[in-house]
Design a protein around this ligand. Structure first.
Ligand code: DUC
Ligand code: ZN
Length: 457
C-alpha cells in the first residue's frame, strides 16, 4: 500500500521544498507534487516540516559504568530516541581490555537484538591494541562497523599515545574513521586527588577537576598525531571554545577534522554543579563536564559557520538514585546525561528558533552529516526516492515545555526540565511505519541493525 504525506515542506540539507512524500513499504518512492493518484492512503501534513529521521551518532545504552548499569537499555533507550524523532542511533560496542572486538560486537548484538525499537548501528571501541586486535579490524568492516572510538582518559579504556597512533594508522589504511574522547588523563587524575585530599568531595569539584584546558590539550595532541598519521578524525562531544581553536589550527594546516557537540554543552553552564542540593548538582555530572559561560556562544558560532558538523547526545542515563552513589566522593557519581529524547526539540528551538541555523542546516547536523560520516548515506539522512522512509513530522507552531513526565527514558529526570520549545514533533515514521504519534510510541521492538559502509569523508 502506498501512503502519501501531503502538504508539507520537505527539509533537506539544502533547504525546505514544498513537496509531497510517497511512501511504498519501507522506502520513499517519490518526492514531488501531483502524486495523489498513486497513493491508497493520504495523510495531511499541511504546515508541517518533514525532516529526515534524526540520527544520533553517540549513545550508550546498557553500558556498565562505575559499578552500575545505565538506566536505559536498548528497549527504553530506543523508544526514548524515537519519541525524540531519532530513528537511528549508533551506540558504542565496548569490549573489556583483553577481550576481542568480536566478543564486544556479539555482546552488543545480544543487548540490542529484539529490543531496539529504532534502527541501530555500532561504533567499536578500541581500548586495547595488539596484533590480534589489528588482525580483527577487517572483519569488523565486513560486519558493518566502519567507525571506532578511542579514549584519551579513563584508565579502564584509554590506550595511550603510542597505541592510539598505531590504531589510527591501521584505520586510515582500511578507510575507517575514529571518534576520540579528548581529555588529558594525567592532569585530571592529579586534580581529582588534590580535591579529594582537601575534603572537596562534592559535585562542584567535578568540573574543577576537568578544566577546559585539559580538553584543549588532548584535542591538540590528538590532532598532531592525526597530522603525522595523515588521517581524518572526529572529535566527539567537543565542549569548549579552546578545543575549537585547536580544530581551527589543524584545519589551517590542511587537516580534515570533524566535530560533534551535544545539546548540554550548548544550553547549560557550569553553575549547575554549584547548587547546595547534592541531587540537583549530581544529575549533571558527565565528562567532559558542562562548561563555564562563554563556551556555549563559541559552540553556537561554530555551528553557524559550519565548523561543527553534528550534534549528538552522548546519552548515558542514570537515575537520581544511581547518582546518589557519589555522596561524599564525586568521582563515584556515574557520569552521563539522558538526552536522546530531547535532542531534536532542543536543537530546533535553540538553533532554528534562535536564528542560528536554517532548517536546512539543522537537517544537516541532525541527519545528513551523521549519515555521511557514519556510512549510512543515502539510505538514511535524506528524504529521497530509495531512501528509508524515516520521517519526522515537525509542527513549528505547536510550542511545548520539556518535562520528564511521560518520557520513555528510565532516567526519571531531564536536564532540560521546563525548557520552552519552539514547535514540537507531531509524528515519526520509521521505515514507512508510524512509530510515534503525538508523543505516544507505537513502534514495537522491530529496529534493524544497519550494516554501515565506510564514511563519506
Ligand atoms: N562521558 C560520560 O559522561 N558518560 C559516558 C561516557 C563519556 O564519555
Ligand atoms: Zn560517550
Amino acid at each position: 500500500m502506498k501512503h502519501l504525506l501531503k502538504g508539507g515542506l520537505v527539509v533537506g540539507g539544502s533547504g525546505p521544498v514544498r513537496a509531497d512524500v510517497l511512501i511504498d513499504g519501507e522506502q520513499v518512492a517519490a518526492v514531488g507534487l501531483n502524486l495523489d493518484n498513486m497513493a491508497q492512503q493520504i495523510t495531511d501534513v499541511t504546515g508541517m516540516l518533514l525532516f529526515p529521521g534524526f540520527i544520533d551518532g553517540h549513545t550508550h545504552f546498557d553500558l556498565d559504568v562505575c559499578n552500575t548499569t545505565t538506566a536505559d537499555d536498548f528497549y527504553s533507550g530506543s523508544r526514548s530516541a524515537l519519541r525524540g524523532g531519532t530513528t537511528t542511533i549508533v551506540d558504542f560496542a565496548c569490549p573489556n581490555k583483553g577481550e576481542s572486538l568480536r566478543h564486544g560486537l556479539e555482546l552488543w548484538h545480544q543487548k540490542a537484538g529484539g529490543k531496539a525499537a529504532c534502527d541501530y548501528g555500532f561504533h567499536m571501541t578500541i581500548d586495547d591494541w595488539n596484533p590480534d586486535i589489528r588482525r580483527e579490524l577487517p572483519a569488523m568492516f565486513d560486519e558493518g562497523i566502519s567507525t571506532f572510538k578511542m579514549y584519551m582518559t579513563y584508565p579502564a579504556m584509554m590506550i595511550g599515545d603510542r597505541d592510539m597512533f598505531s590504531a589510527m594508522e591501521a584505520l586510515r589504511d582500511l578507510g575507517g574513521l575514529a571518534g576520540y574522547h579528548c581529555e588529558n588523563s594525567g592532569v585530571i587524575d592529579a586534580l581529582i586527588a588534590q580535591y579529594l585530599s582537601t575534603g572537596d568531595t562534592g559535585p562542584g569539584a567535578h568540573p574543577l577537576s576537568r578544566p577546559a584546558a585539559a580538553e584543549a590539550e588532548a584535542v591538540s595532541r590528538l590532532l598532531r598525531l592525526a597530522e603525522i598519521a595523515e588521517t581524518p578524525v572526529i572529535i566527539v562531544h567537543l565542549s569548549t571554545a579552546a578545543a575549537l581553536e585547536e580544530v581551527r589550527a589543524a584545519r589551517r594546516r590542511g587537516q580534515t577534522v570533524f566535530v560533534e557537540t551535544c545539546p548540554h554543552y550548548l544550553l547549560l553552564q557550569d553553575d549547575v554543579y554549584f547548587q547546595e542540593d547534592y541531587s540537583q548538582a549530581a544529575r549533571y555530572v558527565c565528562a567532559p563536564p558542562i562548561r563555564e559561560i562563554g563556551n556555549q556562544a563559541a559552540l553556537l558560532y561554530g555551528l553557524a559557520n559550519g565548523e561543527i558538523q553534528t550534534i549528538a547526545t552522548d546519552h548515558c542515563s542514570f537515575t537520581l538514585q544511581q547518582k546518589d552513589a557519589g555522596r561524599g566522593d564525586f568521582t563515584k557519581i556515574p557520569g552521563g546525561l539522558p538526552g536522546v529524547e530531547t535532542r531534536g526539540l532542543l536543537a530546533y528551538s535553540l538553533l532554528v528558533g534562535g536564528h542560528v541555523l536554517s532548517v536546512g542546516q539543522l537537517a544537516q547536523v541532525l541527519a545528513e552529516n551523521p549519515a555521511k560520516l557514519y556510512g549510512m548515506w543515502p539510505r538514511k539522512g535524506v528524504i529521497a526516492p530509495g531512501s528509508d522512509a524515516d520521517i519526522v513530522v515537525y509542527d513549528p507552531k505547536a510550542d511545548t515545555v520539556i518535562t520528564a513526565e511521560g518520557q520513555e527514558s528510565r532516567a526519571g529526570y531531564t536536564p532540560f526540565e521546563g525548557f520552552q520549545t519552539c514547535g514540537s514533533i507531531r509524528s515519526v515514521y520509521l521505515r514507512g511505519s508510524l512509530a510515534v504519534d503525538k508523543g505516544v510510541v507505537l513502534a514495537g521492538s522491530h529496529g534493524k541493525y544497519i550494516h554501515r559502509d565506510c564514511p563519506m569523508l
